[in-house]
Design a binder for this molecule. Structure first.
Ligand code: FES
Length: 89
């Protein structure tokens, strides 16, 4: 049965990517593009992954790797750049 009709990705393909180590919809998208067009399948992919073996630690690691920022950590946006007025003179 198709999970992602935009790219013709089946539930079986999503499960295979999950078995190969994909823990998040983003990782599934990296593997097969599912979820990257209309996004209508993302909740379904999330539901399929929710039954997997990924631990919370693996999910945190996956998020950190994909964003460079640990989950829950403040974003780098809005921080002051390391430039001083004296540098501009
Ligand atoms: S149904 Fe998966 S991106 Fe549209």
């Amino acid at each position: 049965m198709y999970v992602c009709s935009c790219f013709g990705i089946t539930e079986q393909q999503v499960k295979k990517h999950a078995d190969d180590g994909a823990c998040t919809p983003r990782q599934i998208a990296s593997a097969c593009k599912a979820g990257t067009d209309c996004g209508g399948c993302v909740r379904r992919i999330q539901a399929l992954l929710g039954r997997g073996d990924c631990t919370r630690g693996e999910l945190l690691k996956a998020r950190t790797e994909s964003t460079g920022t640990p989950a829950g950590a403040p974003s780098l946006f809005g921080t002051t750049p390391d430039v001083r007025l004296s540098d501009a003179a």
